[in-house]
Design a protein around this ligand. Sequence first.
Ligand code: ADP
Ligand code: MG
Length: 231
Amino acid sequence: MQADSALAASIHHLGKDYVLASETVRALHDVSFDVPRGDFISIMGPSGSGKSTLLNLLGCLDQPTSGNYWLGGEDVGSMNDDQLSETRALRIGFVFQSYNLLPALSVVENIEVPLYYSGRLSPAMRARCLDLAKMVGLESRLSHRPSQLSGGQQQRVAIARSLVNDPQFMLADEPTGNLDSKTSAEILELLRKLNDEGRTIILVTHEADVAEQTVRSIFLRDGSIVSDERH
Ligand code: ADP
Ligand code: MG
């Protein structure tokens, strides 16, 4: 199959089964959609419908049971473990509901964490982390620990951390799930800004007012797409 370079990603007949001792759970079944560069998609659906499973596949955190996934024209299914971890580290930004910050590290140090893993910590990259902290509005909190920050501020740190390697593809699983509605709106505003800069964003949410801020919503039910609409 030919890769289309106008697409950030392309998902063809993706399926995921979890094989347990007593049964096989069909978490995703025949899921197909294209993601044009710069798209801003919300994935919605009831609990257990396969949202996180899909996001994990898109993030190369797990492999599908069937089907194909092209990321920027490359077949993820043909990547070896090293290529998969490099893809995750350099090309995809992850944001989670629970922030996943390291409690003993300051704001700036948390943002620097991906650089330790990829061995890319340099004065220039340190300066970039400082810029990212400012960009997300935390210039007056640089030395704070996560426990000294509000939920919204912690999520800002996590977003800054996800941007360290300048990924063009961002994945967020319920990024506002632990936040009040005003703080949610601020985090959404930040994601919209990143999307305006050209980044492709896919976020999972079960809140309609969050989905309204995106440009396209894909609904899952029982592991299948039941609707895919632009709004
Ligand atoms: P959602 O994020 O929409 O709530 P998930 O993707 O987490 O849904 O789960 C989809 C289905 O797959 C559910 O039935 C869930 O129980 C099952 N599932 C998810 N992860 C696993 C796993 N690691 N092992 C077995 N079953 C799983
Ligand atoms: Mg989930």
